[in-house]
Design a protein around this ligand. Structure first.
Ligand SMILES: *Cc1c(COP(=O)(O)O)cnc(C)c1O
Length: 335
């Protein structure tokens, strides 16, 4: 069975396991895990940001960021299909007690104009007031679309002028980076906080990092503790992260090439009416009117490939570290 439900289904490689096995560890709640400290320092340096915090998941890093930036009665501007809104259990409303202002982007990407129009000022007591703009790059529901960096700079300018913080849900940021070659430090300068995932395309078993200023990370650390996210000898997980950042970034291009090949294969399937433009490792199929996504997912499973029902008549497939050219060729014979 070829599992293309998500890029989270990968298993650590033998070399990654070796790195995990030989990691030096200590108690991270005391700040004494050398490998966690090394990972946090490495990622902070890569982005040219003051500090990083290693956490269990991207949901946790996003939620910590929102919790620190926002306060009860404020709001977050985000896309209507963003992960922070759709897939984090309502955490924005529960953890930060903040509301959302939902915008519709171009394949999930917001622009500076619509954000400028939507920011809500603090002086009118009827409204929630905007504390944060959150962007997602790449955009999962947009079919792995990525931002034009110039638009991000325009959004940053609006946020600065209006004194609103700017957060990046960069669960798949490295997928965008290998396509655009934008320096990570440019991202570090554009955003007040960034969340990246190690457990998606980078192929780690667990882990995400939150980046920001020292003061910001200190507050996030307090909330992480409050949520029960303090952990002990997490260095074995951090070692996987260090390994992945050194060995699994450039290869993301292979995932993108295979995603394009998959889209080509599926474009010849009679059930498929449209495929979102493939920019990275996500392929979203729109089925012909009247077809049921789950039924199509079931029929694909019978032919040896797992995909997911992505709502209504959409089906998603994601390429990753454990999907090879051989499997791609095998699949092309099955379809
Ligand atoms: C996967 C993902 C996250 C974080 O998910 P976790 O499963 O909590 O690590 C955040 N944002 C996006 C866009 C994602 O795809």
């Amino acid at each position: 069975m070829i599992d293309l439900r998500s890029d989270t289904v990968t298993r650590p490689t033998p070399a990654m396991k070796e790195a995990m096995w030989s990691a030096s560890v200590g108690d991270d709640v005391y700040g004494e895990d050398p490998t966690v400290n090394a990972l946090e320092q490495k990622v902070a340096n890569m982005f040219g940001m003051e500090k990083a915090l290693f956490c269990a998941s991207g949901t946790m890093t996003n939620q910590l960021a929102i919790r620190v930036h926002c306060e009860p009665g404020s709001d977050v501007i985000c896309e209507k299909d963003s992960h922070i809104y759709l897939y984090e259990g309502g955490g924005v409303m529960v953890n930060a007690q903040a509301s959302v202002r939902l915008l519709t982007g171009d394949k999930g990407r917001l622009n500076a104009g619509q954000i400028a129009e939507t920011i809500s000022p603090e002086n009118d007591i009827h409204n929630t007031y905007t504390r944060l703009v959150s962007l997602e790059n790449t955009m999962n529901k947009g079919g792995g679309s990525y931002y034009d960096f110039d638009e991000i700079l325009k959004i940053q300018k609006v946020c600065n002028e209006r004194r609103v913080a700017l957060h990046l849900d960069g669960a798949r940021l490295f997928n965008a980076i290998v396509e655009t070659n934008t320096p990570l430090k440019d991202y570090g300068q554009a955003f007040d906080s960034i969340s990246i995932c190690l457990s998606k395309g980078l192929g780690c078993p667990v882990g995400s990092l939150l980046l920001g200023t020292e003061a910001f990370i200190h507050k996030a650390l307090r909330f992480r503790k409050m949520m029960g996210g303090g952990w002990r000898q997490a260095g074995m997980l951090a070692a996987a992260g260090i390994y992945a950042l050194d060995h699994h970034v450039e290869r993301l291009k292979d995932d993108h090439r295979r995603a394009l090949a998959l889209a080509e294969l599926f474009s010849r399937q009679p059930e498929v009416s449209y495929i979102y433009p493939v920019q990275t490792n996500i392929v979203i199929l729109k089925l012909q009117d009247g077809l049921d996504a789950q039924a199509y997912v079931d029929s694909l499973a019978k032919r040896g490939v797992l995909a997911i029902d992505f709502g209504k008549n959409l089906v998603r497939l994601v390429t990753h570290l454990d999907f090879s050219d051989d499997q791609l060729n095998w699949l092309s014979d099955q379809l």
